[in-house]
Design a protein around this ligand. Structure first.
Ligand SMILES: Nc1ncnc2c1ncn2[C@@H]1O[C@H](COP(=O)(O)OP(=O)(O)OP(=O)(O)O)[C@@H](O)[C@H]1O
Ligand SMILES: [Mg+2]
Length: 417
């Protein structure tokens, strides 16, 4: 390949001249395929290239960029059979519930639905905003989605495929046509070979997500349209918070028989966010029945969603002095990064900085501060007794700032509806 700028002959496939550094190939704005700088149509997808344009301009098209993304494809299995003997109106209603569910779950996990194709859904992580745990989020989403579809209608199942890699991203485009390239087609093919109710991923995805998710190797898969086989893994379950936090040392046995309870908890949680109204859920049962495990499953789920959710934990001792608000005190301490042994000065200082971090309004801070210090035993209870504390604490626990705020670097994500 000859450089148009200096005339040096370069190796075939080179993208920049090894003599003068000028671009040799022009990347297709639609699929990212490098083409000869004088090519008029993309050799890979046939899109029109900026013919005759200077090579440098064509190499850096204003609209397309290569990005590392994770692509999720899901498809329904068993839908045709269900559709056969049902009223068309009911079928449409089911399909639209599926699309709503899929959209909601994708958005909850910080992804963007790129398009619906028939009963398939394609979603993307990594654009417009990239996060280091995009691959993990995509897999979490696939698992939650497959689970949710099974609950939509008896006999209905979904399957999914997730791949991570570079694609051409059309910047400024929303939804349709945002992402293109071989990765997208391959993700669709991978999904096609997944068994109903399962999620398959490629190697890059598995490596990026395996700290928090357990995978089972499935070996090489020959996919339609691919010359070489693609190694695939089946995503089994989430065993940790994001990035592997909280993962047990040993093998965590699969979570069984409590899907309905977990779903209820998720529903209540999302209703709270939607309606901005508190809910109380009590989980009771004999020792070893699975209360803590159920809560852990919810905690892992919560950590995967992009919505800002504060997880407070506190224990209530069963006997002792002054323990009525013990659990609440533990929650506050944890948020303020305090331990029970911290002295008064440290406690006051941390409470001040924590309030500044979480409560935007100065007059609110003045109200909440003394309540928190009383709760932590640093200040005397006010005239109304400790019960009077609760109203003051609510805005702190909700971390009201009056506008959207962000503790996980997720600002800008399309959140819920
Ligand atoms: N749905 C489940 N699927 C698989 N394993 C489970 C499930 N629920 C609980 N387990 C396992 O059973 C054991 C006991 O469960 P867990 O600790 O959650 O019980 P608990 O109700 O919190 O008990 P306690 O009242 O003693 O705190 C744990 O090892 C847990 O991982
Ligand atoms: Mg327990």
């Amino acid at each position: 390949m000859q450089c148009a700028t200096c005339g040096t002959e370069n190796r075939t496939g080179s993208r920049f001249c090894d003599n003068c550094g000028a671009p040799l190939a022009s990347n297709c704005p639609a699929c990212g395929e490098p083409n000869r700088s004088d090519a008029r149509f993309c050799a890979s997808c046939g899109a029109t290239l900026a013919a005759g344009a200077p090579a440098a301009a064509a190499t850096q098209p204003a609209t397309a960029e290569r990005r590392l993304v994770s692509v999720l494809f899901t498809d329904l299995v068993g839908f045709t059979t269900i559709a056969e003997d049902r009223d068309p109106e009911a079928v449409r209603e089911l399909l639209s519930r599926y699309f709503d569910t899929a959209t909601e779950i994708v958005q909850l996990h910080g992804g963007t639905v790129e398009k619906f194709i028939g009963d398939a859904v394609m979603a993307v992580w990594g654009t417009p905003i990239a996060h280091e745990d995009d691959a993990e989020r995509a897999v979490r989403t696939a698992l939650v989605l497959v689970d949710a579809v099974a609950a939509l209608h008896p006999g209905l199942q979904a399957r999914g495929g997730v791949l991570t890699g570079e694609v051409a991203v059309t910047l400024g485009a929303t939804n349709q046509g945002m992402v293109a390239g071989d990765l997208v087609n391959t993700a669709a093919r991978l999904q096609g070979v997944a068994e109903a109710g399962t999620v398959l991923v490629g190697e890059t995805t598995r490596r990026a997500a395996e700290r928090a998710i357990v995978f089972e190797p499935l070996g090489d898969q020959s996919l339609k349209g691919k010359t070489s086989p693609v190694p695939a893994w089946r995503a089994l379950r989430v065993v940790a918070q994001r990035g592997g936090q909280g993962r047990a040392d040993g093998l965590e046995p699969p979570f069984v028989g409590r899907d309905e309870e977990l779903r209820q908890l998720k529903d209540v949680l999302h209703a709270v966010g939607r309606e901005r109204r508190p809910r109380l859920v009590s989980i009771t049962g004999p020792g070893g029945i699975g209360k803590s495990r159920l809560v852990w499953e919810l905690e892992k789920y919560v950590d995967g969603v992009a919505e800002t959710i504060y997880w407070h934990r506190g224990r209530s001792p069963s006997y002792g002095e002054g323990i009525a608000f013990w659990a609440l005190g533990e929650m506050v301490r944890r948020r303020a990064r305090l331990t029970e042994d911290d002295d008064e000065a440290t406690t006051r200082e941390r409470i001040t900085t924590t309030l500044e971090e979480y409560v935007g309004d100065a007059s609110e801070r003045e109200r909440i501060g003394p309540a928190l210090l009383t709760l932590l035993g640093v200040e005397e209870a006010p005239a109304g007794g400790r019960d009077a504390l609760f109203p003051a604490l609510a805005p702190f626990l909700r971390a009201d700032r009056g506008e959207g705020h962000d503790r996980h670097g997720l600002r800008g994500h399309p959140m819920g509806r």
